[in-house]
Write a protein that binds this ligand. Sequence first.
Ligand code: AMP
Ligand code: GLY
Length: 433
Amino acid sequence: MNVLILGSGGREHAFAWKIAQSKKLENLYIAPGNAGTAHCGTNVNISATDFEAVKNLVWEKGIDLVLVGPEDPLVKGIHDYFLADEVLRDIPVIGPKKDGALLEGSKDFSKQFMIRHGIPTARYQSFTKENLNEGFSFLEKLEPPYVLKADGLAAGKGVLILEDINEAKAELKNMLTAGKFGTAGNTVVIEEFLKGIELSVFVLTDGNSYKILPAAKDYKRIGEGDTGLNTGGMGAVSPVPFADEAFIKKVEQLVVIPTIEGLKKENIDYRGFIFIGLMNSNGDPSVIEYNCRMGDPETEVVVPRIKSDLLELLEAVGSQTLHTQSFETDDRIATTVMLVSGGYPEEYEKGKVVTGLDKVKDSIAFHAGTTQAGEQVLTNGGRVIAVTSFGYSIDEAANKSFAAAAAIQYDKKYFRSDVGKDLLKYEARLTGG
Ligand code: AMP
Ligand code: GLY
């Protein structure tokens, strides 16, 4: 098969690395890709949201399957674009159509969806500038901290968690009347704060059946000990020791099955990944959010743990035969540590020369924001490289990732050296020790 992966981050490198190992693969293209994906296939310098350019590429290269990495092209309707085109119609796109992508594209839609299908989630109400005063009254009824979410896509920055009621009111007003977060903030979801520990569960579905992929925990804050600004993700661990088999069973019954059934009932033909952000509150799951794609950097630990042929699974998603596929995972623990550019998630510089990649022997260096310039690899984003390692304990895996993170060099490199440390206290459960 000829496969096209859309996107340019660590997630897409992990997908490319895995699909390159498939016995079904003939040619792999990544658009636009990065310096890492170039080792797995051919990079093509077009944007994932330039649908016409994607169409031409698919046509030219005889692509048999398109895997969409990021949410943007999905929310903008790349799958619908394919279905509406006579030439592209029969080429499977892995990733939902616009209607399914709304699970991520609109917080208001996803909350209503959860309520309609009895899926556990925080109590909430949505507001627009027309009922700002009701929003103030709703805030007064809640206990702090206050959770405000811009309805639309805001590059992961549209959620505010505030301790002070007056600040919460001011920010609500900012979002609804002063365009904070642009049009994404025209509707704001206010919800109850959930206590517990967060994790992510990933599901691959063909619209009828599904496979639950390994769960992961990511590290969102820039600083060690979960301090400082939110980022795209600074590291990840899979499996999650506090999400034992009993908890995942509960997630399946209370969240996964009602989600798949709910999509069916609403005639949303969903083929792709569903990323379910969950709070584990004393053993009970509650959905924080859905995303219509895999997580980044969660993919960098989830995909390496999938032993089955991922391309075969994706092909089965396209042909709606996922129920005929078996699915095996590696029992070992995978950790990934994200190397970022100094200053990220605020201002940072690009174009720094990356060295030491050849010293990474016991880990996999998934490129997140790099570009090839002649013989050199240059930094090209805030998140630069995710180093993934395996181990029989979190410590063993994480220490390999830290060693690799130290060996890779570029000016103003930064990474969190506490990835996985908070999980050690749960680990006995995982290993039975
Ligand atoms: P989201 O973009 O919806 O994932 O929100 C970003 C982050 O805000 C989540 O990963 C959580 O850490 C936090 N968060 C969102 N909603 C809630 C909530 N209702 N209670 C507690 N934390 C939340
Ligand atoms: N790591 C979180 C995300 O991909 O949204």
